[in-house]
Ligand binder design. Structure first.
Ligand code: SF4
Length: 664
């Protein structure tokens, strides 16, 4: 879409240094201007470029101006992909509208920049599905209260997943868009409007997340070269998200439920014998039992761990037989449906068939090009088999980096100060290192403008000895550690984000101290899972002294400025557990196991620590409750974290916090 501009180009330096600086609340920094110039240089020369920007650099404006210049020059839209919804919202609701306004005021543009938010279809509610679910519940005299807020929301024009934070995922799955052909007569359907807008390309910038971008790249009809520039922000997530998009998984329960749905359809017209139904369900169980046996290396599986499974001839044979049975069942269900001529039911059969086929075919046609592993669902203990291509780097290279479009990767955490220099580890994981040198601009890293030594302190617990094994020892260790965390929270008077490396550690610590914190200090403790992520963060930010216990995705993408987040406590150094995917990386990159787990740990630790200082008036303390951080890994950690003031013991935290008044 053509962008009406009054000038052919926005000059980077004068715009940032003289014009943008005048705007209230705008903080222009030297590293931001430098980064913008580097990005513009890469775009003009059509190169792929890694530009790391630490917290506070202002990276979104640094790439938006070069992107807009390229839209003016080429008349092609720009694409910005992010790792988190927080950043997507920031771009769509705040940064791009503000920049658009300024560019019009300063006489560069003659219209507002039109942004299009690309989301997966499952983020939209399908009004038809909702109607069907309610009608079905009424007909069968079932409880339909779960659908009431959705129905009420729809009447108010709400249709987006984020409009319904309190609706559970299982309810949402029943009503979201699944296989919409767009041909139904439903008027005012938001998803239909969205699809039309996308096909008209009536926008200047497409903002999406990495899931959306990578799914589009799988679609032969999608052309990345129709964009003038591609920005991958929060690029440190790209590799793991590509693994989930190009990988596949299936578990016993979901297969069982899919088969039962098919059986119900087939038997509704007497098309399938009860004995056959029992036989396929039993066979499915045997198949997953066999997978479990093949992966079992110890007495029992631990939740949150991946176990390698070697696909042997017997597993392949069983997958073949299960598929043959499922295929016949799908046929029977389809024949049964011919009587009812229900298009949506036929779509459902196709989707079930596709899900079963995609997983089983990977096993049946097994070649040594996938990594297979088994894990255990935290939710229901189900055994799940997963497969991911070994060549994710080559796939990304082929689909994204070998195309003749400038691609800029940015994030605060892509490099590591370790034996594997700078960006090498990150670059080889995503395949950008496969680009011939003339098409690749040397990476840069822009430092944060914050004065970390004055704004934040780091305390590393030195007395607690890490205990790896033994139930009694572990329990004592957890108790002692929880007591220390309690002491720190007492000193900071709450305001703490406590990050864990596992749900088990989070749940245990919460059960040991949350009540005590609330009774003795009157401070509320939230825990991940008590509500949606957005709702939890909103309450944590609003309730100034509250504490939040969290793990997983909470290590990144949290942007709580001000006193509500004055302390980040890290329960344990976030070393990954060696798994089949990491083992493959060790082999492929020819580095040691030790190096790879150190690299992964450092990247995650930087992300966790990065939650603390979010602007130049922010102050706080980072506490690492793992004595290994003061010994074996001390140098590595200090080289990679910002230069926080070192606090030798808990007693030094209070005076340090007292000194914050001078900083603020
Ligand atoms: S157009 Fe598609 S998403 Fe919209 S109501 Fe119809 S089937 Fe559902």
């Amino acid at each position: 879409m053509f962008l009406k501009a009054k000038k052919s180009k926005i000059p980077i330096e004068p715009f940032f240094a003289e014009q943008l600086r005048q705007k209230p609340g705008m903080k222009v920094r030297e590293p931001q201007i430098e980064l913008a110039l580097e990005i513009e240089d890469a775009i003009i020369r059509g190169k792929k470029f890694i530009g790391e920007a630490e917290v506070g650099t202002g990276k979104s404006f640094a790439y938006l101006i070069p992107v807009i210049n390229e839209i003016i020059r080429t008349e092609k839209p720009g694409l910005i992909s992010t790792g988190t919804i927080v950043l997507q919202d920031q771009l769509v609701k705040r940064d791009i509208p503000a920049l658009s306004k300024y560019l019009n005021e300063f006489g560069y543009l003659d219209q507002d920049i039109v942004v299009y938010l690309g989301k997966g279809k499952e983020q939209y509610m399908c009004p038809q599905n909702l109607d069907k679910e309610i009608a079905n519940a009424i007909e069968k005299e079932l409880d339909f209260t779960e659908f009431i807020p959705l129905d009420a929301g729809l009447k108010l024009g709400k249709y987006d997943r984020s409009d319904f934070p309190d609706v559970g995922i299982d309810t949402w799955k029943k009503v979201c868009v699944m296989g919409c052909s767009g041909k139904c007569k439903e008027r005012g359907c938001a998803y239909k409007l969205y699809k039309n807008q996308r096909s008209l390309k009536s926008y200047h910038i497409l903002v999406c997340n990495h899931h959306y971008l990578l799914s589009c790249l799988k679609d032969p009809a999608f052309s990345i070269s129709s964009f003038g520039t591609v920005i991958i922000d929060e690029a440190h997530n790209l590799e793991s998200i590509a693994q989930s998009i190009y990988g596949i998984s299936g578990n016993e329960q979901s297969f069982q439920s899919k088969l039962k749905q098919l059986i119900a359809m087939a038997r509704s017209r007497g098309m399938y014998r009860k004995a056959d139904a029992n036989s396929i369900l039993k066979y499915n169980k045997s198949f997953f039992r066999k997978i479990k046996e093949a992966a079992l290396t110890r007495d029992e599986f631990e939740v949150e761990q991946r176990y390698k499974v070697d696909i042997d001839a017997k597993i392949q044979e069983m997958a073949q037989e299960l598929f043959r049975k499922a295929d016949r069942l799908c046929d029977q269900a389809s024949i049964a449906l011919e009587f009812s001529k229900s298009k949506s039911e036929q779509d459902k059969i196709d989707r079930i068939y596709d899900g079963i086929y995609r997983m089983l075919s990977k096993i049946i046609e097994y070649k040594d090009n996938n990594i297979f592993w088994v894990d255990v669902s935290r939710k229901n203990g189900a055994i799940q088999i997963n497969a991911v291509p070994k060549n994710i780097d080559e796939i990304l290279f082929r689909k994204l980096f070998s195309v003749n479009v400038p691609v800029i990767l940015t994030s605060a955490t892509m490099s590591t100060e370790t034996s594997t220099e700078g960006f090498d580890y990150f670059a080889s994981g995503i395949g950008i290192d496969l680009i011939p040198l003339p098409h690749y601009k040397d990476p840069v890293s822009k430092k944060s403008p914050y004065d970390f030594s004055k704004q934040a302190g780091i305390y590393i617990e030195q007395e607690l000895q890490y205990v790896r094994k033994g139930e009694a020892g572990q329990a004592l260790y957890m108790q002692k550690k929880a007591d220390k965390i309690f002491d720190i929270i007492q000193v900071t008077n709450g305001k703490a984000l406590v990050l864990f490396t596992s749900y088990t550690a989070m749940d245990t610590t919460y059960s040991l101290i949350a009540e005590k914190i609330s009774q003795q200090m009157g401070i509320k403790c939230y825990k991940q899972g008590m509500g949606s992520r957005d709702r939890l963060l909103e309450e944590f930010s609003r309730d100034i002294n509250a504490c939040l216990f969290a793990t997983g995705s909470f290590w990144e993408g949290i942007d709580v400025k001000g006193p509500a987040l004055s302390c980040v406590i890290i329960d344990k150094l976030p070393f990954p557990v060696m798994d089949p995917v990491l083992e493959h990386k060790v082999e492929k990159m020819n580095i040691s196991e030790q190096d790879i787990i150190r690299l992964d740990m450092i990247i995650k630790l930087k992300q966790g620590a990065g939650r603390l200082i979010r602007d130049e008036t922010d102050t706080g303390v980072l506490a690492i409750m793992d004595s290994r951080a003061s010994r074996r890994y001390s140098g590595l950690i200090m080289d990679n974290l910002p230069s926080f003031k070192v606090l030798k013991n808990i007693n030094e935290i209070a005076p340090f916090i007292g000194g914050f008044k001078q900083v603020v």
